[in-house]
Structure formats: C-alpha cells, structure tokens
Design a protein around this ligand. Structure first.
Ligand code: PXL
Length: 274
C-alpha cells in the first residue's frame, strides 16, 4: 500500500506535508511525497515568510518515477501554488494512480470565509476541474462555498444544498468545519446519494493545518481498509481531540496543532475497528 501526498512543505507551523507524513506513517502506511513549494512557515498569520515554487522540479521527479514504474494506491492532493500545478496534479493522477486506486482532493484555497494569500477566482474555477476527477473531495466550509458558489457561512439548511451541488463535481464530497453555535460538523454524501453528518462540540480556536490533519487521518484509515463512514468518524474525532488539546496548550496558534500528543489514542481506535 502506497500513498502519495502532494502538498507544500511549510517548514514551521505543522500543516501540509509535515502533518501528512507523520500521520499517514503512524497508520502503518508508506507515504511518499511530491512537494509543491517550500515556505519558511505557512501563510496563516505569519508575515515575511519565504515561498519557493517547485513546479520546475516536478517534471524531472515524475520522469524519474516513470522509469521506476511507480503506482500509488491513494493520491492525496493539498496546497497547490498555481493553476499550472493543478494541471500537473491531474497528469500525476492519470499516470501514477494504480488501477482501482483512489484520488482524494483537499481543495486548499481558504478558511474563515476568505481565500488564502495569493489565491484567485481563476484558481477556484480550475480547482473545480480537479474536483471533477476526484473520488473524494474534502473542502472546509469556506472552500465548499467557493466551489458550490454559495454564500458563506453555511447553515444546517444550506449545507445540504451545498452538498447537493458538490455531488455534481464529485460523487463523495466531505465538507468539514460546519459550525453552528457550540457544534461543529462534518457533512458528507456517499455514492448512493445519502447525506450524513457527524457532530462534535465546537472548540474555540483557529488553527492552520486542521484540514490537513483531517485529510491525512482519513486517507490513513482508508488505506488501512476502513469503511469511508468509519474513516470520516475517526478523522473527525481525532481532529476534534487535537484542537481541544491545542487550544489549551499552544500559546501562539500560528505554530500549529499538537497532533502528536493525540496520535496514540487515534491509533488505538483505528486498530480496534474492524
Ligand atoms: O493547511 C493549509 C495551508 C497549507 N499550506 C500553506 C498554508 C496553509 C494555510 O494557510 O499557508 C502554505
């Protein structure tokens, strides 16, 4: 079982590949990486960060992988630095996803109702195209609104409408971070068109990287052969525990989630599930 995580390396701040690698590996699954950019920190709340786009390197990396006959059982794409990289990810899927493999797209573009620094409407449109190629998409509420062209924030009522619109892009949309007062929910629709939600207590505190922790745990659990609904429940429980702990323990939230401390309970749950 081989997972490819396509994401940036934010050297400090615990998101993207510095979350995907440890979490997927801890699940007992090999995690290979395709870095899209290197930043000194993530862009959420820091100023003065460096950003080196790695698009130029990706062609050579893929050419080498082709000579090795590599195929991946899961491809998880995350933060992409340009519309050109969206095209590259699409070609990686076509060339390197194993027969029967799954393509998981986390359409990283924004949070709290706004696009991240450097993202444009053109990027959103292009990301819709990538979502059409995915087996699962994992937008947060902001990204779901952008992709479904609906006003932010969603409510319990409009979340169903957003899900319905998203199923036109991808058969299995999973929308994270839908908040309603003291509750936070994940809404998803399975391939039969049934809609579900999983709700937890909403813990105050915004952390960059929560979506990456969710996506990594979801893919790790799927790669371990867990049913999708169980993988979503496990991942949302994990990320809720991580945010609860971090909101107490991390004085400067920009430095990211303490997911490490919750990996062991997460693995205990993962291992006890059939
Ligand atoms: O986790 C989202 C993310 C990923 N990568 C970079 C980011 C962010 C969120 O701000 O800045 C570089």
């Amino acid at each position: 079982m081989r997972v490819l995580a396509i994401n940036d390396v934010s050297c400090v701040g615990k998101c993207s590949l510095t979350a995907a690698l440890p979490i997927i590996s801890a699940c007992g699954i090999e995690c290979n990486v395709l870095p899209t950019a290197i930043l000194s920190t993530h862009t959420g709340g820091f100023t003065g960060y460096t950003f080196r786009d790695l698009t130029e390197d990706i062609g050579g990396i893929l050419k080498h992988w082709k000579t090795l006959g590599l195929k991946f059982d899961y491809i998880l794409s995350g933060y992409l630095g340009s519309t050109e990289q969206i095209d590259l990810v699409s070609s990686v899927k076509k060339e390197f996803l194993a027969d029967g493999g799954k393509f998981v797209v986390d359409p990283v573009m924004g949070d709290s109702g706004a696009l991240y620094a450097g993202f444009t409407d053109e990027f959103v449109e292009k990301m819709r195209g990538l979502c059409r190629e995915a087996d699962y998409i994992l937008p947060n509420m902001t990204e779901a609104c952008l992709l479904a062209d609906m006003p932010y924030p969603l409510t319990k009522k409009t979340a169903s409408e957003a899900l319905e619109r998203l199923t036109k892009l991808c058969p299995f949309p999973i929308v994270t971070g839908i908040t309603d007062n003291r509750e936070i929910s994940v809404y998803f629709t399975n391939r039969s068109g049934c809609a579900y939600s999983i709700t937890h207590e909403n813990v105050e505190g915004f952390f960059c990287g929560a979506g990456d922790v969710f996506a990594s745990a979801f893919v790790g659990a799927l790669a371990r052969g867990k049913h999708e609904a169980d993988a979503i429940a496990l991942a949302s429980e994990f990320v809720t525990a991580v945010i609860r702990r971090s909101s107490k323990e991390v004085p400067d939230k920009r430095f990211g989630l303490n997911f490490e401390a919750e990996i062991f309970p997460f693995l205990k749950q993962l291992n006890s599930l059939k």
